[in-house]
Write a protein of this length. Sequence first.
Length: 54
Amino acid sequence: MLKYGVTNLFRVELSNFWRMLYTLTNDETEVVIVAFVLDIIDHKEYDKKFGYKG
């Protein structure tokens, strides 16, 4: 989350153990929700990024 400067981070589990990380943001003047895909990574890279040991 620090790399992208986001306050919320969500994960979607994809096939073959891949992960997609995304965040939601809104405009302060309108009620609009925008989703940004931040990363699509494999399971090994996901574990490394979040400090899991296998």
